[in-house]
Design a binder for this molecule. Structure first.
Ligand code: ADP
Ligand code: MG
Length: 239
């Protein structure tokens, strides 16, 4: 049984038709799957459909063999990290991280255990009482990551989580995210428009352009045997 399967998925908005066209894709358990493509190619739309934040126009979405097209987001056992982190400004780091667990009424001592473990892993232990505005960009990004990790969801979706960071921090956080993903054996679907990020992080990569899959493969396959000119130039050209 595969954690995530997309079968002939298409998406149209009222104002914009055919944003995604017949997407077929199977994600393996524990794999770091990267969705890469230029701005406007449909990456966020696809991720939001998997999260249940966007309706599916056509096709089937399955989790572990079960059809989930109409399952509400809260009942999908997944976590999501957004580009802008979406932290609550009036809550401190600890409250931000535990927000979802409190909503789910997870027992206090279990919350504490997860909080300790996660903040230690991400180097946030000294910042628990700070508000988001008292943190650097990198620390805020770590809080968003921590909030997703504490959910202990086996499936994690990330939409350009590093795009607000400077180059040095971005490189460091790539390693960090990879390390945690492997350690916790998470199934990851990671969206980026940055081909370097895609090539360094992905076990497999899907290249999307204009809502159409161009190629799916391991980094080395995309590099050595691009299926078309778009993939060759997109993967080949540095940012
Ligand atoms: P990406 O994340 O790859 O930049 P998006 O998924 O955000 O791409 O957008 C893909 C296309 O769908 C774009 O042309 C965008 O304008 C359009 N689009 C995205 N969201 C909406 C929406 N809510 N309503 C109408 N069109 C949208
Ligand atoms: Mg996007």
């Amino acid at each position: 049984m595969k954690p995530v399967e997309l079968i002939n998925i298409s998406k149209s908005y009222d104002q914009e038709q055919h944003v995604l066209k017949e997407i077929n894709l199977t994600i393996e358990k524990g794999e770091f799957f990267v969705l890469v493509g230029p701005s406007g190619s449909g990456k966020s739309t696809l991720l939001r459909m998997i999260a249940g934040l966007e309706a599916i126009t056509d096709g089937k979405l399955k989790f572990n063999g079960k059809l989930v097209n109409h399952l509400p987001p809260k009942d999908r056992d997944l976590s999501m990290v957004f580009q802008n982190y979406a932290l609550y400004p009036h809550l401190n780091v600890e409250q931000n991280i535990l927000f979802g667990l409190r909503a789910k009424k997870i027992a206090e001592d279990e919350q504490k255990r997860r909080l300790m473990q996660t903040t230690e892993m991400l180097g946030l232990s000294d910042f628990l009482k700070r508000k988001p505005k008292e943190l650097s960009g990198g620390q805020r990004q770590r809080v968003a990551l921590a909030r997703s990790i504490v959910s202990e969801s086996p499936l994690c979706l990330m939409d350009e989580p590093l795009s607000n960071l400077d180059a040095k921090l971005r490189a460091q956080m790539r390693m960090e995210i990879k390390r945690i993903q492997k350690k916790l054996d998470l199934t990851m679907i990671y969206v980026t428009h940055d081909q370097v990020e895609a090539m360094t992080m992905g076990d497999r990569i899907m290249v999307l352009n204009d809502g159409v899959i161009q190629q799916v493969g391991e980094p080395i396959e995309l590099n050595n045997a691009p299926t078309n000119l778009f993939v060759a130039s997109f993967i080949g050209s540095p940012k």
